[in-house]
Design a protein around this ligand. Structure first.
Ligand code: PAF
Length: 280
């Protein structure tokens, strides 16, 4: 496994591989890798000749400087995980390598980037588009793998790929969960033991909501009430939307794919947890 820190070297190595007809898979990450990331990397390794995993804690997508500050940084153990998964290249550039000057590009793909996380974290998806478009330009991958845990992120990236005409195929991969149902996330390591004990209620309640026979607004409210009833959990939003466009819907029959997306504050710090559930 090769660790590369400069864009020039990455391009040189990948150009040589592409000239040999090799198929390239990209797994973009911000490090602090867990089994969810490992599943993306293993899938890319199985489906491509060369798998590039980028590890870059992208400052432009953090709207809250404290969130960036406390984001876990575990480069050595990340490399061990990637070695075990069989990745060929780790791309770990510095901030000045990626952003030699401020990125002033502005991306706008409503409603995918304006609702839910887009509304609560202004600028977040703009930063995601800035870094992901740069990574696509640097690696020119055949396939790029993203976890469905960040459901909305995939919808935004798909719109960006169409808009900018990247040839990459986006591969969404299922959420990997702990045995208790908690969606794996790098931020879970920031949870205290008592917070870890209550966090799985989020997915449990989402699953229970599938058994209700209520309208959209009533189901949203039921989920919010159930979760807010648990001391230590506070829902920021729960929105049931069209699973493709993320536009709001009034009735279950308004879209072919229907997904509920949630963000919950957990504990005293608090830690912001996101999850989703597919209704159809
Ligand atoms: O999902 C993430 O970890 C990040 O948003 C990504 C796609 C690596 C861009 O920084």
């Amino acid at each position: 496994m090769q660790v590369i820190q400069t864009i020039a070297q990455l391009k040189e190595v990948l150009q040589a591989e592409r000239a040999k007809g090799k198929v390239i898979g990209l797994v973009p990450t911000m490090g602090a890798l867990h089994d969810g990331h490992a599943s993306l990397v293993k899938r890319s390794v199985a489906e491509n000749d060369i798998t590039v995993v980028s590890i870059f804690l992208n400052p432009t997508q953090f709207n809250d400087p404290k969130d960036l500050e406390r984001y876990p940084r575990t480069f050595e153990s990340d490399c061990n995980i990637l070695q075990e998964c069989g990745a060929q290249i780790v791309f770990a550039p510095s901030v000045s390598e990626v952003y030699p000057e401020p990125d002033t590009r502005h991306f706008s793909y409503p409603p995918t980037d304006s609702v839910m996380e887009g509304a609560k974290r202004p600028g977040h998806f703009n930063g995601v588009c800035q870094i992901v478009s740069k990574l696509f330009e640097m690696t020119d991958p055949d396939y790029a793998y993203f976890g469905e845990k960040d459901y909305q992120q995939i919808a935004v990236i798909r719109r960006m790929v169409d808009d900018l005409g990247f040839r990459v195929n986006i591969v969404p991969c299922p959420v990997i969960r702990e045995d208790d149902g908690l969606a794996m996330s790098s931020r879970n390591t920031l949870l205290a033991e008592d917070e870890k004990a209550i966090a799985p209620n989020i997915y449990r309640i989402l699953c229970e909501s599938k058994k209700l026979s209520l309208g959209i607004a009533e189901t949203e409210q039921w989920v919010i009430d159930q979760i807010n009833n648990i001391p230590g959990l506070e829902v920021e939003y729960y929105s049931i939307v069209d699973g493709d466009t993320l536009a709001s819907i009034n009735d279950w029959s308004d879209a072919n794919s229907v997904v509920g997306c949630i963000t919950v504050y957990c504990g005293k710090t608090p830690i912001r947890l996101i999850d989703h559930i597919r209704y159809k």
